[in-house]
Design a protein. Sequence first.
Length: 188
Amino acid sequence: MYCRFIVLTFAFFPCFSTASSFCEAPKFEELVRAGTSVTPDPGGLAITMQPIAEVRIPSDFSKIGSLPNGSIGFGGHPKGISAVLGYETSESLSVHKKGGQPASFFLSVFKAKDAIGCQYLHGYQLELQDYRLHAVFPGTGELFAFGKEDRHQFYLIRIDKPDVVLSGMFRNIDRIEFESILSTIVIK
């Protein structure tokens, strides 16, 4: 009888421990912003992603295309750079969490606020990225960015626009170039 109690206790122990605690988000370093050693390309292409922000990306793309969900793709760059800027909306989020707002969902992911956030945080494999960056736009929102080798992603979360999150992915650039792009973000 005593052995059966011990076996049952340990069989259910993992359920109790995961239900009451959340994961730990990896550390993010503060993003170097404009006015520092990272200088944006003054000839970059200004892209206004209404109603969230404007960002300057490298120029010289020969192909620009829109995707059905409101995303914009950039290709045909002489240096092989490609990029996608897009929106995470309640509609795109519904496959992950019905009735959720993108701002609160992505904050729960990057800050490991709850069980759902932890589940999706694991999928991003942030601990395996070469770097993780964070910036706060006082009174407006937060930026989370990360990358590995030549692939870099960001999420701009506006607290005053909880139904839309701006996301972007760049390929075939280095971290310095990516930080330069991030330093051009202007909240609209």
